[in-house]
Design a protein around this ligand. Structure first.
Ligand SMILES: [Zn+2]
Ligand SMILES: [Zn+2]
Length: 490
């Protein structure tokens, strides 16, 4: 055994910095502490669970070597019994395996695979060209020296041949592949710290080996910054090693107070992107604009709705001193809210009560426009029919089989509603099911739905309850549970 001790917990404050990625560990985020005995006191260093990889000594501390799963089951201290929760266990395990896969072990496997299936990605081509280029640059001066000694014209030719061959190889590539090679040469010449600066300026992950840092920079400059995950709408999309796939493993939701798992994975060409790729540190204003837009993608729309509403409020006198006055003000404001498409409950009475509550809570604010602003920020705006259609269409298209689109959306909505009521276990379960549906290669129908949870036709992530709900959806067009949750959240 090593002399270090490990334990896992939800961060009690937001003050600690992750020793791996150097970012702050937010309050409530899952972190792993490594405690080492010091002379006077014990030293604890913290890492995000997703940044934690087991050191060589730790792996070698048992025979057979310690696996991540065994580490979580037997070795790590868990004073709050976090890992008793099956979903939490799976999330942490997934995060740790991801962290591991960007390390050394995976690299070796990747090389073996390339040799066997001969399917080399453009990043590997770029890496090869880079190596050849550096080799020819190293050789050339030597050859020249040799030439002075014994006038060996032949050798001089070989080195020119080498550069010529590389040039030809680059020229034979498609325009976009050629760009990738150019970017690769540009970034691969940098140190890890320089690469991290680029990644920081572009809000990308900073952890991992130099190879993956280079790949992230090359991919980012070629395609734009990786954006927000389309599945959980909260996590950031990340690049897998090899730069052919992207994935998301979820995010910490401050409102729900827990980590939301996500199982999104897609080809790199389908990833959501943001432009531009910053080649220098963006200004504070730019950073602020990007972070606010990300937190609330509808902010700009909300702001313009508030501006447009100015005239409607011009002649509105709010009397909030009496109950009657509040009620009257609430129904007047409701009318404006309806006209402006604020996403309030459809039920008149419920909506009036909600507005009334906001009015009472903000008695000191007398401007109708300010009150409207608060209401819009709380409820948001309804999506227009066109927007809804577009969102649904793209979600359906996101499925491997487009016909599974409606089922995918129904299960995802169920998951969202569970998260809304802070039932993260159920939320995560259905999130996993919706992701499984998204990647299914056949259409779910009445005759195969129930088989998805058992036997040879079992699909990972789908249990009996979920299979029954999928059967219900494909036969009845909806799911009772979903209707029930929808009604409760009206
Ligand atoms: Zn970290
Ligand atoms: Zn996600």
């Amino acid at each position: 055994m090593t002399n270090a001790k490990y334990h896992i917990e939800k961060a009690k404050s937001g003050r600690a910095t992750c020793k791996k990625c150097k970012l702050k560990i937010g309050k409530g985020e899952i972190r792993i502490g490594e405690t080492r005995k010091g002379e006077d006191f014990d030293m604890v260093s913290w890492k995000h669970a997703k940044c934690f990889t087991m050191g060589r000594k730790l792996v070698a501390s048992t025979s057979p070597p310690l696996t991540v799963e065994k580490f979580l089951e037997d070795v790590i201290g868990d004073p709050d019994n976090l890992l008793e929760d099956e979903d939490m266990f799976k999330t942490v395990l997934g995060d740790m395996l991801d962290a591991k896969s960007s390390g050394v072990g995976k690299r070796k496997r990747a090389l073996v695979r390339d040799v066997t299936d001969g399917d080399t990605g453009i990043m590997d081509v770029a890496r090869e060209i880079y190596a050849k280029l550096k080799k020819s640059q190293r050789i050339e001066p030597k050859k020249k020296r040799k030439k002075r000694n014994d006038d060996g014209e032949e050798e001089e030719d070989t080195s020119e041949d080498a550069t010529e061959a590389i040039r030809n190889e680059v020229q034979s590539l498609s325009d976009s592949d050629r760009k990738i090679v150019e970017y690769f040469i540009f970034y691969n010449d940098m140190t890890s710290d320089e690469l991290k600066s680029f990644l920081r300026w572009n809000f990308q992950m900073l952890s991992g080996t130099k190879d993956i840092l280079v790949e992230r920079c090359v991919d980012g400059e070629q395609n734009g910054r990786l954006g927000t995950c389309p599945t959980c709408e909260g996590g950031r999309i990340k690049l897998r090693e090899g730069a052919e796939k992207v994935y998301c493993n979820g995010y910490y939701d401050e409102d729900v107070g827990s980590r939301i798992s996500c199982f999104y994975e897609d080809d790199v060409v389908n990833a959501a992107r943001e432009l531009p790729w910053f080649m220098e540190e963006p200004s504070e204003e730019v950073i602020e604009a990007i972070t606010t837009a990300r937190k609330n993608p509808n902010l700009a729309k909300n702001e313009s709705a508030v501006e447009e509403s100015s005239s409607s409020f011009a002649n509105l006198a709010l009397d909030l001193k009496s109950k009657v006055g509040v009620k009257k003000a609430a129904s007047q404001i409701l009318e404006i809210c309806r006209a402006k498409n604020v996403d309030l409950p459809d039920d008149e009475k419920k909506a009036t009560v909600r507005i009334g509550r906001i009015l009472v809570q903000n008695k000191s604010i007398i401007s109708g426009k300010e009150i409207f602003k608060i209401i819009v920020s709380e409820f948001g705006l309804k999506q227009s029919k066109e927007e809804k259609f577009k969102a649904k269409k793209s979600a359906g298209e996101g499925c491997e089989v487009a016909e599974n689109g409606p089922l995918f959306l129904a299960i995802k909505e169920l998951s969202d509603l569970y998260f809304k009521e802070r039932n993260t276990n159920a939320g995560n379960t259905y999130r996993r099911v919706s992701e499984a549906i998204r990647t299914l290669s056949f259409q779910v129908a009445a005759d195969n739905a129930k088989g998805l949870c058992k036997g040879k036709t079992k699909v990972a992530g789908i249990g009996k309850g979920s299979a029954d709900k999928m059967y219900e959806f494909v036969t009845c067009g909806t799911i009772d549970k979903l209707e029930e949750k929808r009604a409760a959240h009206q």
